[in-house]
Design a protein around this ligand. Structure first.
Ligand code: RIB
Ligand code: CA
Length: 310
């Protein structure tokens, strides 16, 4: 039986690659792709997600369901600088959306599916955690009804990518992240920048994909993203943040995790959104998160390329 998964996205360039990996793996029962305000507006993220499912020709099998159009308490912080105005690096600009999002609201959909399949649903979150926080506010026992939660977010040893200490998904909605971190999930895996920055897609990987609609899409949508990465790091590549979270759902052995107590800053002038990991158990609190501390980056990239070239 394929693993039941709800994939929550703010489709952006790397979210789209995560959707492609999830679908093309053929190993997941994608109950839906839910969308949320993040890199771009909810409307744009939803449109982009519909286009990616159309590119994969699965738009009739996998529903897209809209969620929150803003963070719980804060104003949106879009990331057009990285993902482009529409959010796909300029790719698929001329593709019409002929299968729009389905009816429904993502937090309610998450609650309904988890109640229908208790203990079976994996939530893979690759965006600000607003939708999951709203679902928990409506149904706190949800935390004990899901199989596992894997989220791309935070950084526990390195520097931030929005502020000196905060990673984007955590920074946009730290109040939502705090609700998730304290909800009591028995299996909550943090896939942070510490490991996703090691998952670098380069031009050789893209060349390996051959010449297909997907490889052409990957090349076009990541061009600006790779240029930005080169300007900052002098390496022609881009970090597969969200695809690695999907990769952890598919091949958990790709990462090493360690249980720690992790909390998030929400009341600071400089550090809002910082994920604070208690490596030395100074606070004497029960570990609440499986933190990804290592990744077999080469194995992940090989897996990513093999899945996308099929
Ligand atoms: O920090 C990287 C994360 O922020 C990714 O999910 C990317 O899509 C952006 O949402
Ligand atoms: Ca994302």
């Amino acid at each position: 039986m394929n693993k039941k998964v709800i994939l929550d996205v703010d489709t952006g360039v790397d979210d789209a690659l995560g959707i492609i990996l999830a679908v093309q793996s053929g190993e997941l029962e994608l109950l839906a792709v839910t969308t949320v305000n993040g890199n771009v507006s909810l409307k744009q993220a939803t449109e982009n997600t519909c286009k990616i499912l159309q590119l994969l020709q699965v738009e009739q099998q996998i529903p897209v369901i809209k969620g929150a159009d803003k963070p719980l308490m804060r104003t949106p912080v879009f990331e057009h600088r990285v993902h482009g105005t529409e959010g796909l690096g300029g790719a698929l600009g001329s593709m019409p959306v002929y299968t729009p999002a389905a009816e429904g609201f993502a937090p309610d959909f998450i609650i309904d599916q988890v109640r229908q399949y208790p203990g079976e649903v994996t939530l893979v979150m690759t965006a600000p955690l607003t939708n999951l926080a709203l679902a928990l506010m409506k149904r706190p026992q949800l935390a004990h009804e899901v199989k596992e939660v894997i989220f791309m977010g935070g950084v526990v040893k390195g520097v931030g990518n929005v502020t000196p200490v905060a990673e984007y998904n955590m920074y946009v909605d730290p109040e939502a992240a705090k609700i998730v971190l304290h909800a009591g999930f028995p299996s909550l895996t943090l896939v942070g920048l510490d490991v996703t920055r090691r998952a670098l897609l380069n031009e050789a990987h893209i060349k390996e994909l051959g010449d297909t609609p997907i490889s052409r899409y990957v090349h076009e949508s990541t061009a600006h993203y790779r240029r930005l990465y080169f300007e900052r790091n002098q390496v022609r590549a881009c970090a597969l943040h969200d695809p690695l979270a999907v990769g952890v759902a598919l091949r958990p052995e790709l990462v090493t995790t360690q249980a720690y107590y992790v909390d998030i800053e929400t009341r600071s002038e400089l550090c809002d959104g910082q994920t604070v990991c208690d490596f030395q158990n100074r606070l004497r609190r029960k570990p609440n998160v499986k933190v990804c501390t290592e990744v077999d980056a080469e194995a992940f990239l090989h897996f990513f390329v093999q899945v996308l070239k099929t």
